[in-house]
Design a protein. Structure first.
Length: 279
């Protein structure tokens, strides 16, 4: 199977699972539910949940074991974009060539939709059927929830956004840009690989290897964004030097996968996909 087919298959699984876990637009409060679904089904690449499922499989687990967590990661990512677009934050009227959530549904509904997506994410992480596994499965799910909470909070994604907002009217230096990238974007990408490996039953060493793969891939993702937008790394270092940094990160990410051999082909291909993407 090539990467395109793999991604298509995994996205289908993820979208079906997201559709099941999101509340129906026909149920009250219907406007809120419409806004939540609009935010989630707006054309995202599903990089984070795909990473979780792939990492689960690489350590010998089955994708369904990580699917609730994969959905949770996408819900958190979606909420962060809704809030990021608000007038008090980045003030963006469009995302992925569609009206941003607050432009379509109003600011108060957008704020509440983001809040609801975040809480639904942790509901998904807490979902556990004791009949399907024993104490070990429950321990892994609790560990995964803690990992995601740390990555999404003040020491992770939210912290990165806070520093980004501090520098809205001044030029950050390279260390500040790196902090923003590794927290605002990178933290959730890194923990996606870590959580998938954890839920797949990986050893501590395997989980940490995939976490490091995720950290390299997270920074890679944002540097490529900088190159496409001529911001951040590209603005400070120049496009050519930023591309060299990106290529080095892709090599480091793939080096983390060496002990897994051919089982990790999709993660290796995904690093190249992130490096070469055009949008």
């Amino acid at each position: 199977m090539d990467l395109s087919s793999y991604l298509s298959r995994q996205r289908k699984k993820i979208d079906e699972a997201l559709d099941r876990c999101l509340p129906s637009e026909k149920k009250n409060p219907s406007l809120l539910h419409r806004a939540m679904r609009y935010a989630v089904f707006s054309g995202g690449k599903r990089i984070r949940p795909v990473l979780a499922l792939a990492s689960c499989e690489v350590v010998g687990g089955k994708a369904p074991e990580a699917l609730p967590a994969a959905c949770a990661l996408e819900l958190i990512h979606s909420y962060s974009l809704v809030h990021d677009d608000l007038p008090c934050m980045d003030d963006d009227d469009f995302r992925r060539e569609k009206q941003s959530c607050h432009k379509k549904f109003g600011e108060h509904t957008a704020v509440l939709a983001g809040d609801a997506l975040l809480t639904l994410a942790f509901q998904q992480l807490a979902s556990f059927d004791g009949k399907k596994g024993g104490a070990g499965d429950l321990k892994r799910r609790l560990d995964a929830s803690l990992m995601v909470a740390r990555a999404a909070g003040a020491r992770g994604m939210v912290g990165g956004q806070a520093v980004d907002m501090e520098y809205q009217d001044k030029e950050p230096d390279l260390s500040t840009i790196q902090y923003i990238h590794t927290h605002k974007t990178g933290a959730l990408i890194a923990v996606s690989a870590r959580v998938g490996a954890c839920l797949g039953g990986g050893t501590r060493k395997e989980v940490e290897r995939l976490y490091h793969y995720g950290m390299e891939s997270g920074l890679l993702f944002q540097i490529v964004d900088d190159i496409l937008d001529r911001e951040g790394y590209a603005k400070l270092l120049g496009v050519s030097e930023a591309m060299r940094e990106a290529e080095a990160l892709a090599r480091k990410a793939k080096a983390c996968l060496a002990p897994f051999g051919k089982k990790a082909w999709m993660l290796e291909a995904l690093a190249d996909f992130i490096l070469r993407r055009k949008a």
